[in-house]
Structure formats: structure tokens, C-alpha cells
Write a protein that binds this ligand. Structure first.
Ligand code: PRP
Length: 183
């Protein structure tokens, strides 16, 4: 598959370039600097939310030069549809002991906020020292839950986006940049 395309067709739906690889990497470097200022002496645990966050987590962590640990949740909420099912399922729990630890939840996208709300509730029982959220993308107009997102890569309109970890029916996660459905 040619990785840099000017348009991608999924059936009769056309996706066009939205955020380039260069823009993504530049913004991740800035986020890494902000996180460094806050966490460099705190030995935080970065917690990726699979599957979508795998690419962002990897690129972000490559730019983090202080000591840290990492772990993953695997949640599923969307099935194979473009619209959320409104339900979240925990598919894989954490292995790390998070009590009294500083946690940084890493998301590819916050849409309704349901996944983050679910994670907040799940984590609160374990009494971490702190919990903050970093997301590459946030759709402010789609938020339905009262969640605090601490570090945001890009605020985007409520368009359907694919690539860079984000899927359409499990495909296109491996694209190195983000494409949006053309209206
Ligand atoms: C996507 C994305 C977030 C969540 C955001 O995950 O990775 O975790 O949806 O939407 P929300 O704010 O409305 O909860 P999805 O459940 O599609 O699974 P995936 O990460 O495997 O793609």
C-alpha cells in the first residue's frame, strides 16, 4: 500500500489529507516538552488506551527522555461503526500497580469522552497520586461527558478521521498521517 495518498476511497466515501505527518510529529515534540516540564522527576506511568493510541504512544514515548514506565488498557466502544455504541468494554486491564503513582493516560482521540470517563472511574478505586490525560485529537463539539483533558494535540471539528492509529472497521490504522471524510 502506498502510504502517502491524496485521497483514500472506502466504498463511495472519500477521505482527504487532514493532518500531515510533519504537523503530527511537530506537535508531539511540543507535547513531550510540556510533559517533561511537569513529570521529569516523578517517574510517571504512561498508560496507552489500545488499539487507537499505539502509534501516538510510540512516537510520544520516543520523544520522552526522562525515566518513565508504561502500561496499556484495551477498551472497545465503537465496534466497526463510525458512530459510538455508547458502551465501553474493558478488554485488557493494567498490569502495573498504580496506587500512589503519577499516571498519564494516552489517547489517540477524545470524542464523546465516554472512554476517558470510564477510565477515570476504573482508576479512582486504585488511588493513584495523580492522573492526567494527553490526547492527540479532541473533538470539542462531540463531548458528552464532563472530562478534563490536560494535554491536547489538536482540537478538530466533529469529522470522521482515520489514520495514525485511527481506524475505519479496523483498517487504515497504519497510515502515517490523518485523513478526514470529505463532506
Ligand atoms: C476510540 C478511541 C478512543 C475512543 C474515543 O476507541 O481510540 O479510545 O474511541 O471515543 P469516546 O471519547 O467517544 O469514548 P475505539 O473504542 O474505537 O477502539 P480502538 O481504540 O480499538 O479503535
Amino acid at each position: 500500500m502506498d502510504q502517502v495518498k491524496n485521497e483514500i476511497w472506502v466504498g463511495n466515501e472519500k477521505f482527504v489529507p487532514f493532518i500531515t505527518e510533519e504537523e503530527i510529529q511537530k506537535r508531539i515534540s511540543e507535547l513531550a516538552e510540556e510533559l517533561t516540564a511537569e513529570y521529569k522527576t516523578k517517574l510517571p506511568i504512561f498508560i496507552g488506551v489500545l488499539n487507537g493510541s499505539f502509534m501516538f504512544m510510540s512516537d510520544l514515548l520516543k520523544k520522552i527522555k526522562f525515566n518513565c514506565e508504561m502500561d496499556f488498557f484495551k477498551l472497545s466502544s465503537y465496534g466497526d461503526e463510525k458512530i459510538s455504541s455508547g458502551k465501553v468494554k474493558l478488554v485488557k486491564d493494567l498490569n502495573a500497580d498504580i496506587t500512589d503513582r503519577h499516571l498519564i493516560i494516552v489517547e489517540d482521540i477524545v470524542d464523546s469522552g465516554l472512554s476517558i470517563k470510564y477510565i477515570e472511574d476504573l482508576i479512582a478505586d486504585h488511588k493513584p497520586a495523580s492522573m492526567k490525560v494527553v490526547t492527540l485529537l479532541l473533538k470539542p463539539d462531540s463531548l458528552k461527558y464532563d472530562v478534563k483533558i490536560d494535554y491536547i494535540g489538536f482540537k478538530i471539528p466533529s469529522k470522521f478521521v482515520i489514520g495514525y492509529g485511527l481506524d475505519y472497521a479496523q483498517k487504515y490504522r497504519n497510515l502515517p498521517m490523518i485523513y478526514a471524510l470529505s463532506e
